[in-house]
Design a protein around this ligand. Structure first.
Ligand SMILES: [Zn+2]
Length: 259
């Protein structure tokens, strides 16, 4: 996706390509690199691919990042290991709502959970539901788990989206939320930053509307979600982070509270 964005940036900044068009292209075109590679020191916990090095990824070609088997990058592998350790998502059957579903995760989760696994996306024609996160066409308390990774920073009404995720979770259910997060600062956002070029300069991405900071927990609590911040460096040993190639990363494990 981001390699594509780097190439397309001049067109995006000229206003000739919008978010929906780019994300449709990504969803339609994303596929794993099928080339055969020799096993090595890196191991993808999602698809089991072993490689001497992973592929470069991102606007600046971050080295050793993307799994050649499933296309996962560091944050997907962190999310996966957290799911494996802390939920029954990989060992039992749960009702799961997955927003803007990453193909590397969806390919594993759907066979495990069947029709209890539901995907939602604003743009992706392959998603089970085409909907805005702030207005989910789903009943209250339907899901055990919501997975939403690198989605909320694209949503104007992110407070409404969090409230909707809480609403569709059963009491005690879990929302696993990831987004660009700076643990040293408050959230940076400004409605006046409203062009792809300005957002690129402010947030490092043409369609991100903010970089979350420490106050994000207040938004979660207001939505009925009680967050626990999980830092990859605190929960994974150095060996595991090197083996699975996981960088300094954060996720929020939020419990649905009622009342
Ligand atoms: Zn993989």
């Amino acid at each position: 996706m981001l390699e594509d964005l780097a190439r397309l940036l001049p067109t995006i900044e000229a206003g000739a390509l919008d978010e929906a068009a780019v994300y449709r292209r990504e969803r339609a075109g994303e596929r794993a690199d099928a080339r055969r590679r020799r096993p090595g020191a890196q191991l993808c916990p999602i698809c089991g691919t072993s490689a001497a090095r992973f592929l470069p990824f991102g606007l600046f070609g971050r080295p050793n990042a993307r799994c050649p088997g499933c296309g996962s990058v560091e944050r997907h592998r962190f999310l996966w290991l957290w799911l494996a350790r802390n939920t029954r998502a990989l060992s039992g059957r749960l009702s799961i709502l997955h927003t803007a579903p990453e193909p590397c995760l969806a390919a594993r989760l759907r066979p495990l959970h069947g029709r209890r696994y539901v995907t939602v996306d604003r743009f992706d024609p392959a998603a089970d539901l085409r909907a805005d996160l702030a207005a989910l066409p789903l009943p209250d308390g339907r899901f055990d788990l919501v997975i939403s990774s690198h989605t909320l920073e694209h949503v104007a009404d992110d407070r409404g989206a969090m409230a909707e995720m809480a609403r569709v979770l059963r009491p005690g259910g879990t929302a696993l939320l990831m987004f660009p997060y700076d643990p040293r600062r408050p959230t940076r956002e400004d409605p006046a930053i409203d062009t792809p070029a300005a957002r690129m300069a402010a947030y490092g991405h043409p369609w991100h509307l903010r970089i979350y900071g420490t106050d994000v927990v207040d938004r979660m609590r207001a939505a009925g979600l009680e967050p626990t911040l999980v830092d990859s460096r605190r929960v994974l040993s150095g060996h595991r982070r090197r083996r699975h190639r996981i960088n300094a990363n954060h996720l929020f494990a939020c419990r649905r509270v009622v009342g």
